[in-house]
Design a protein around this ligand. Structure first.
Ligand SMILES: Cc1ncc(COP(=O)(O)O)c(C=O)c1O
Length: 406
């Protein structure tokens, strides 16, 4: 059975959900962000089930709420956080997270210094590198503070196809390290720096994890990628171990859309997932899991420009990535609302087109889903955690804690 979001089922689920969110947040001022705890917990259990015993590391960029990170980390099947900035990683380590893997390289020498100076953080955090230039900065910080830092190598997981003179790169543009030989050369160079230890390798297969299964072509690319990585991952791990002369204890892979295929590879020691917790609109079209939206924002109608229209306050929370329609927020409750083609999601206010049957008055609340998971939390200081039709707890986002990292 395909688990792609079926509009009718989604409509029914969203309908009751919208009424619950209205009840739960009555009296709270909008714009406001909420997380539906029942959906979040079901999503967390589903990610752990799909990983089949391989530990799931949480991608913090896709959450950006410390309370939620701690809550999910305490659940069975989860271990560690994948942070997106070194400053964030040091902060999380200070807050008691004892296993933080950077998902991306850093050239923030101030943050690298803070990491090397803090024994607890240095023991908790693993840096990510794909170039000796990044390793040099980490090594300099480690040397200044007479410590050792652990690093992981980011290995390009894109699929490279060659058909005669034609070649294609299917995946994201990240690491230049692609082959086992590339990885071995980098690993040896990193350890030659002295205070750095290579403890693992990461493969982020964006073309499998981050693409909805919308066409046979996408499904074919995913199949080829999984087969390519099954061979290449093992070869990279072996080559890096030979190059550094000690075993690796971390082989990271994954993304919310590829949890089961990544975990099925015996070389992989852990999978990373984040978006699968909040399930934003870009994650609606996957066959690998049933989308259960858990994060929403509410905006209030402030005026009615004319019949068939209502305008809410706020809303211009457009997601990163290519500037296309799928990056816009989507009104989901009440049913029958659409952004206008001319104004989209506005800077201060957002006009909504009402299809027949929809009725909105000044003061009514409209619920939206964001296109991406954690980014929306950058718009709010607080997120209200809703259970059923009441707010169980209101907690600060990263922004609410005065923390913005990138
Ligand atoms: C390095 C890395 N791993 C894993 C992920 C998967 O995160 P999510 O599950 O939120 O898509 C990402 C997302 O961009 C990533 O950059």
């Amino acid at each position: 059975m395909t688990s792609t979001l079926d509009d009718r089922t989604a409509g029914a689920r969203t309908r009751t959900l919208g009424a619950r969110l209205d009840d739960a947040t009555r009296g709270l001022p909008a714009p406001l962000a909420v997380v539906d705890l029942d959906a979040l917990e079901a999503n967390a259990a589903d990610l752990a089930r799909r990983a089949g015993g391989t530990p799931v590391r949480i991608a913090s960029k896709s959450v950006r709420v410390r309370h939620v990170l701690h809550d999910v980390l305490a659940r069975p099947g989860f271990a560690g956080v994948m942070a997106y900035s070194v400053r964030e990683a040091v902060w999380l380590a200070e807050q008691g997270v004892d296993d933080v893997l950077l998902g991306y390289p850093s050239v923030d020498t101030t943050a690298l210094d803070a990491l090397a100076a803090d024994g607890r953080a240095a023991a908790a955090v693993t840096l990510m590198v794909d170039d000796v230039a990044q390793a040099d900065l980490a090594a300099a910080a480690a040397t200044r503070h007479r410590t050792t830092l652990r690093v992981c190598l980011d290995v390009d997981a894109s699929l490279r196809l060659r058909l005669g003179p034609l070649s294609a790169h299917l995946g994201v543009r990240r690491s230049p390290v692609h082959s086992a030989a590339d990885a071995a050369v980098l690993a040896a160079a990193v350890e030659a720096r002295g205070p750095l230890v290579v403890r693992g390798v990461m493969f982020y297969e964006a073309q499998v994890a981050g693409l909805p299964d919308t066409s046979p072509a996408v499904r074919a690319v995913k199949k080829l990628s999984v087969a390519d990585l099954a061979v290449r991952r093992a070869a990279v791990v072996e080559a890096v171990q030979d190059a550094v002369g000690h075993p690796l204890d971390l082989v990271n892979s994954g993304g919310s859309g590829s949890v089961e295929s990544s975990a099925a590879d015996g070389t992989v020691t852990e999978v990373t997932a984040g978006s699968g917790l909040f399930v934003p609109t870009l994650f609606d079209g996957y066959r690998s899991f049933a989308p259960r939206p858990a994060a929403f924002f509410g905006l209030d109608v402030v005026r009615v420009p004319g019949p068939g229209w209502a305008t809410v306050f706020g809303g211009g929370y457009v997601a990163s990535g290519p500037a296309v329609k799928t990056r816009l927020p989507r009104p989901v409750w009440p049913a029958g609302l659409a952004l206008s083609g001319r104004e989209g999601a506005g800077e201060v206010q957002t006009p909504l087109r009402l299809s027949s049957g929809a009725d909105l008055r000044v003061g009514d609340r409209v619920w939206f889903r964001h296109a991406k998971a954690g980014e929306v939390m950058e718009r709010f200081d607080t997120v209200h955690l809703v259970r059923g039709d009441r707010v169980e707890e209101s907690v600060p986002t990263y922004r609410g804690e005065g923390r913005t990292f990138g």
